[in-house]
Design a protein around this ligand. Sequence first.
Ligand code: ZN
Length: 161
Amino acid sequence: MKPLTEPEIRAAFVNCTKGEASRLNVPRDLAEQPWEDLDFLGWRDPQAPDRAYLAAVIDGRTVAVALRSSGAASWQARRSLCSLCVTTHTGGVSLLVAARAGKAGKQGNSVGAYMCSDLACSLYVRGKKEVGTKLHESLTLEEKIGRTIANLAAFLAKVTA
Ligand SMILES: [Zn+2]
């Protein structure tokens, strides 16, 4: 993906207030992110471990969402599957919940999905980050990347619907 700047990321949040988007922790090392290997930028808030964020460019538009872990019980010890990149982890998948954008979110509606806890899906797909168990799949790397982007776009569509 194309490198994003901090102002671009802050302006792209769809499911929190402008004030929250201006205060939340954006990675300080944006210049060092492996952008060419990323389908989206995902990060955890170092000061609030139950919070995570992701930013992606979907159809030319930058979209960022704030996510929350749904609680300690979601850190499953058993093997779990990331719904974005379809990587299997032992204990490395979290149920992350996004408030829906706009009115629906204000009414308390949210969308949840199991995701790699460190949001490094792009690196798992490319084999740049290793996991214990690998699914045997006949898909090419391009197909896996396409699937991850499609899964992410579907999730973001539910958040912004
Ligand atoms: Zn993943």
